[in-house]
Design a protein around this ligand. Sequence first.
Ligand SMILES: Cc1ncc(COP(=O)(O)O)c(C=O)c1O
Length: 569
Amino acid sequence: MSIPKLDAPALPGGEEFADTALIARLANELYSGFQRSAIGGGSLGGTEGRPAADNGLAGAYPAETRQFAPPVHPASQTARRDSPATDSGGHAPGSTETYPFGEPRCAGGSRPNAAGQTAPAPEASGTKGGATDSVASPGYYFIQRAESVAPPGSPSFPPGSPPSPARFDVESIRRDFPALAQLVNGQPLVWLDNAATTHKPQSVLDATSRFYGRDNSNIHRGAHTLAARATDLFEEGREKVRRFIGAGDTKEIVFVRGTTEAINLVAQTYGRKNIGPGDEILLTTMEHHANIVPWQMLAEQTGAAIRVAPINDRGELIVEQFAALLGSRTKIVALAHVGNSLGTINPAGELISLAHAYGIPVLLDGAQSAPHMPINVQALDADFFTFSGHKVFGPTGIGVLYGKAKLLEEMPPWQGGGNMIRDVTFAKTSYQGIPAKFEAGTPDIAGVVGLGAAIDYLESVGLPGIAAYEHKLLEYATAALAPIKGLRFIGTALAKASVLSFVIDGVPTERIGKHLDQSGIAIRAGHHCAQPSLRRFGLESTARPSLAFYNTRGEVDALEKALRQIPRN
Ligand SMILES: Cc1ncc(COP(=O)(O)O)c(C=O)c1O
C-alpha cells in the first residue's frame, strides 16, 4: 500500500522513530508519577521503527495444532521477588516468604519489559495518592503530527530518567496472547474487536487457573490456610486496581461485574438517595446504553429528567453546550471518557471542572479509556470511575467502581446479603464500611486475581508506551482505510482512541463483518450498544474495527486488502 506519510521504512534514528520517541517522551512527561520505573528499561515505541510491510503478522502464527499451555509462563520466572504488592497470583516454589499459615506467598505474573524488568512496586512508582499525574488532556493521542503536540521548550527528562528509546516489541507481546495465534477460516486471526472485549495474556490465564487449582477458597471469613491465601490474593487485586487508576485508598475500590453493574449501582444508591422530582441527570449523545438506561430507569423511579449534551459532526462533545446544560437542577453528570462507537476522547478533566463549579458530581465511564491510556482518578477529580476487567485484558465477569470515599460512605448499600453486614438480627441489620458494604455475597475471587494479573501485565508493558503505539497505529489505519471507495468514517474527532467506525456506500455493515470474517478478521458490525450516537449521524449501524496494543500494521494492511475486495452491489 502507499501511504506516503507512514510507509517509509522507519529505522531507529529516522524520522518515524523520532516521532514515536517524541510521543513516548511526551506521554512519559504527562504521566510521570507512576510509570517511570515501569518503562525504565525502555519498552516504548520501537515497533514504529519496523518496516511498514510487517509489524508482527508474518511468522507470528504457528500451525493450528500448537499447544497453548506452558506449565510456567515465562513472565513468572522473571517476576520480582521483592514486591509482594505487585503479585498477581502465582506461587513461587522456591519462595521463603510465608503466609501466617506457613504457605509460600505469591510471585508476580507480570511481563518483563524491554529491559527484563517487571512492573514497579507501588512505593517505587510513586502513585499512592498520585495527584501529580496529569491525565486531564491526553494530547499525544490527537490525530495530528506529533510535532504539533510537542510545544517548543517542553520539559525534558530530569537527570537520571531515561528517554526510553527501546522498541515496542509487538511481536514479543503477541506471543503472550495464545488466542491471537490461531487460524480462523483458514487465515491468521486478526482480532480487531477490542472495544467489545480483549484477549488475555498467558499470565492472566495462569493466575486464574492457579487460583482454582490451588488457592480456591471463599474469602474474608475462613480461619484456614486457603481462606487466608485467597483473601490475600483478592485484596492484593484491590490494591493493584487502586494503583492502576491512581485512587488514594483501596476502600474506594468496589468490585462489581463490570461497567454496567457499576453504573447501575451508582444510579440505584447515590441516585435514589440524592435525585428527586424535577432534578436533572446530564448525559452526552455518545454514551453506551450502559450509561443511558440505568439513568432512565432512575428518572422513571424518581421523576427526574434526562438532559443530553450534543456532539458535533466529528463526534466531539460541544463543550459550550455541555456547560450551558449544567445548573442548579443538575444532580449528576455521567459521561464516557472514551466513546465506544465513535472513539472520541472527551476532555474529562475540563468537563469535570465545569460540573464541579456547580457542585455536581461526575461519573466517568472508563470502559474504553482504561485499556488505552494511563488513568488517574485523583488528577481527573472524578467522583466515580468505572471499568470492566474483560476490556483491560482480564477476565469477564469482574469490573470496578471507583468512588470518592466520602460519597461511597454516604450511599446506602445496593444489594443485601453476606459479606456486607456487620451484624444481623431479625429486627435490624448494620452494615460494613466501604467497600464491603457494596460487595454482597461471594465475589468473583478468581476474576479479581485475573484482573490483578492483567494490570501487572499492562503496567509491565507500560501504559504510556501502549498509548503512543496505539496512537500511531490508529493514524496508520485511518490513512490506510480512508482512500477505500465509498468508505466514510463515523467519528473523526481530533482526539480519538482505538475505534475506526465506518460505513461503505451500498454495502450493509453486516455484509462487511461477514466478508471480513472469511479472511479471519474480527470486527463488530451493528449499533455497538450506542444507538443514539449513531442516529446522530442518521445511521443504525456501522462497521467498527477497534485496536489494541497487540495489533500490527500488517493486520491493518490485511483489513485494508479485504475491504478492497468486498463485493459491491
Ligand atoms: C463505553 C462503554 N461503557 C459501558 C460498557 C459496558 O461494559 P460491560 O458490558 O463490560 O459492562 C461498554 C461496553 O462495550 C462501553 O464500551
